[in-house]
Structure formats: structure tokens, C-alpha cells
Design a protein around this ligand. Structure first.
Ligand code: SF4
Length: 361
């Protein structure tokens, strides 16, 4: 059974090796591009947010390539995400595509995720489904670690191209691992490979936190590859959201790791008593945490019409003053120009470097 999972950072790669064991072949749609985004945007409601349009473009590309099954998530809550998959399914049907959409309506519940896997694969036991979700978590956790190493090394090395290739190779190695045993072997190999990157100790990168809507932070196409760009400018980036944290907060596969949802809700409470959905509380709390840790600045990235991040953006102006931390908000949609985006990034980083140098002097 072939199933398509839309691009959202490394989600498709985290799922692919794990679902292989269930006889499900995860097909990644062609890489998101301006062409697929334009296609998605043309068939989307005008005020739908960017993730909706990017994913719709992915689905159209995949269906044109002959895919017959789409796997995605639904949900409920203040954010519109919950009904997006239903709307996407109708739009695609109206366009004349015939396919099946397998949807996890309550992705926060392990039983519902397991049921979604059972529906996609035919008859498998509950235990096998749970084991599969655990394996997805382990893969996502290591993929996140590879990205963290990249964030740390990029501003400290002059071997940027070698590092980019290494990160891509490491991700491809995880993609091929089909069992926990194979994943353990890949981890050992990848750790050794990263030791090969030479660090220049004279480089003192400025440190920047990256917060915002989940899809925008983790998906390089949506955020115009902001992490690599900042790394090449000599900035050490720390993400405020991680796929592995999202899974672990809900299913507690690693009980020793603090529940990030409870943590950020508590920290954001003085500014936002009731989370407004999406990553609103996370955005505020992480910004406060970055400020307390002495970060030089924070970049807040959000889709143009995203309600939760708009709420967070308003509150961030107060956090910026209270914690004396520079914040740059980047609002992105299908009309955003990469040149304008890069110019704002460069100006912000220049300002942070000057500020840091002045402080150190
Ligand atoms: S959090 Fe914002 S961008 Fe993400 S799905 Fe919800 S409304 Fe859209």
C-alpha cells in the first residue's frame, strides 16, 4: 500500500522506515516549490494559512504522480488546522481526483493514531501499532538531534558545504533504517561522521532563538531555509519547537524529559492566561526562556493569516520590552519575496552583531 505524507520538516522521513514494517510504503510528494505552492494557493480559500496551501500543492503533485492514498491529521481546537484536511479532501475531490484520505482525527491520542495506522495497513494488532508509533518517535528524536548538531556546527566551521552534505547523508541513513537495531547502528555511524567537522574556536556566533508556528519553523521550504541562511551568516540558531517533543509531550515515550506543553503554558501564563491555539503559548514562553538564557535575539516566523501567532505577536511587543530582547517577526505567505526576507534577516543579524560587540567591548 502506497501512502503519501505531506512535507513538514522530517515528518515523512520519521514515518517512512517505521511504516515499512507494516507493509505501508510512504511516498514523499515532490519537494515543495514555488510552482506547487502557486498551484495549492490557486485552489485554496484566499485566507487559508500558508501550511494549508503548501500541503494542498503537495497533495496535487502526489495525486498527479498516481498516489491513491493520503495520510494526514485533523483535530479540534481554536486553530483552523482541525478542519483543514476535510476541506482539502473536498477541494481535491471537486478537482476530479479519486483517492482515499486516512486521517488521525485526534492525533493527541495514541489509541487514535494506532487506529489510523490499522486503517491504512489492514489488520495489525494494537501492540504492533503502538510499537510503530514508538519507532516513529525514536526516528524523529534522532533526526532532531542531527538538525541540532547542524545548528551548533554551522556558524563555527568553515566547512559549510561538507556539513550540509553530512546532514543530508545522515538524514538519508536514518531514512533507510527499518528497525530499532538498524537505527542504533546508524546513530553510531552518524556520531562519528560529525566528529570529522573541524570547529574554528575563534568564531563566536551570536545566538538566536527561532519561534513561531510549528510548520513554519520546521519546514525549510515555508521558512525559506532560514536556519541554513542564519548558520551561514555566523548565527547559532535554536528552535523553539521540535517534532520529537511534540510526540513525547503527548505519549511520554521518554518519561524523563519534561513535558514541554505544561512548561510553556506555565511560563506564558502571566502574558497569556488561556493559550490561543497553535504555538501561541510556546512562542511567548520560548522567547522569555531565550531572553533569560542570554540569547542575542529572537526571530518569530508566522504565516500571514495565522490567528494564534497573531495573538502571540501582539504579546511579544510587551515581552520584548520587559525582557529587553530584540525580536524580529517575519510574516510569510505565497506573495512573500525571498529577497525582501533575506534583507530583513541580514539587517537584523547585523544589528545583533553590533550590539553584541558593543556589549563585549
Ligand atoms: S497554527 Fe496558524 S498556520 Fe498553523 S494551522 Fe493553525 S491557523 Fe494555520
Amino acid at each position: 500500500m502506497k501512502v503519501v505524507i505531506p512535507h513538514m520538516g522530517q515528518l515523512d522521513i520519521a514515518c517512512r522506515g517505521a511504516l515499512r514494517g507494516l507493509g505501508i510504503e510512504v511516498v514523499s510528494p515532490p519537494r515543495s516549490s514555488n510552482v506547487s505552492l502557486k498551484l495549492g494557493a490557486r485552489h485554496s480559500p484566499e485566507l487559508a494559512c500558508l501550511p494549508f496551501k503548501v500541503n494542498l500543492g503537495n497533495f496535487i503533485d502526489a495525486l498527479n504522480d498516481g498516489t491513491k492514498m493520503i495520510m494526514t491529521a485533523g483535530g479540534c481546537g481554536p486553530c483552523r488546522f482541525g478542519y483543514y484536511s476535510i476541506l482539502q479532501e473536498r477541494i481535491l475531490q471537486d478537482m476530479g481526483y479519486r483517492f482515499e484520505m486516512v486521517r488521525a482525527d485526534e492525533p493527541d491520542r495514541l489509541a487514535n493514531l494506532a487506529k489510523t495506522l490499522k486503517d491504512a495497513s489492514g489488520a495489525i494488532s494494537k501492540f504492533t501499532a503502538y510499537k510503530t508509533v514508538y519507532f516513529i518517535y525514536k526516528r524523529a528524536d534522532f533526526l532532531d538531534r542531527i538538525i541540532k548538531w547542524g545548528h551548533f556546527l554551522r556558524p563555527r566551521t568553515s566547512e559549510g558545504n561538507k556539513l550540509s552534505k553530512l546532514c543530508d547523508d545522515a538524514i538519508a541513513m536514518v531514512d533507510k533504517a527499518s528497525s530499532l537495531k538498524e537505527l542504533r547502528q546508524v546513530k553510531k555511524k552518524v556520531k562519528l561522521l560529525f566528529k570529522d567537522i573541524r570547529i574554528d574556536n575563534a568564531k563566536k556566533p551570536v545566538r538566536l532563538g527561532l519561534v513561531g508556528e510549528f510548520f513554519m519553523v520546521v519546514e525549510p521550504f515555508a521558512n525559506m531555509d532560514i536556519e541554513r541562511k542564519l548558520g551561514s551568516m555566523g548565527v547559532e540558531v535554536t528552535r523553539g519547537v521540535w517534532l520529537s517533543d511534540w510526540i513525547n509531550d503527548r505519549f511520554r515515550f521518554n518519561p524523563f524529559k519534561r513535558n514541554q506543553i505544561k512548561l510553556v503554558n506555565r511560563i506564558a501564563r502571566p502574558y497569556l492566561k488561556y493559550p490561543a491555539g497553535g504555538e501561541s503559548a510556546n512562542t511567548i514562553a520560548r522567547t522569555i526562556m531565550f531572553a533569560k538564557k542570554g540569547y542575542d535575539g529572537v526571530i518569530h516566523i508566522r504565516p500571514f493569516s495565522c490567528m494564534p501567532e497573531l495573538v502571540a505577536q501582539k504579546i511579544l511587543t510587551k515581552v520584548e520590552k520587559d525582557y529587553n530582547i530584540p525580536i524580529l517577526t517575519l510574516s510569510v505567505d505565497e506573495h512573500s519575496s525571498e529577497v525582501g526576507f533575506d534583507t530583513r534577516l541580514e539587517a537584523f543579524v547585523d544589528m545583533l552583531v553590533r550590539k553584541r560587540d558593543k556589549r563585549l567591548a
